[in-house]
Write a protein that binds this ligand. Sequence first.
Ligand code: ZN
Length: 98
Amino acid sequence: MTEEKDLARALRRHHAARLKQNRQFYWGRSSHDPLTSRQRGILLHTAHVCSCFGCGNPRRWFGEKSMQERRWLQETVFDALRAEQTDAQAGGCEDTSP
Ligand SMILES: [Zn+2]
């Protein structure tokens, strides 16, 4: 059990070191202007630092709701409306539409 855990940790550290090595020239850096240790740590989980109109928050660029908000709305509000409609139909209520 402990050995498996150690191996998993070693593998995670191996890949972290590998990615830091491979990405050392990301963000327009060269061997003359290397990334700091902290920047390499950020780079490990954020290889592409960008908030352009393709990657950034749509609210900022287009005034739209974000994908998470649209998903939440669809799951909660629309499903609640649909459930209300099916309840109304099942209950035998008269049609209120014009
Ligand atoms: Zn981008």
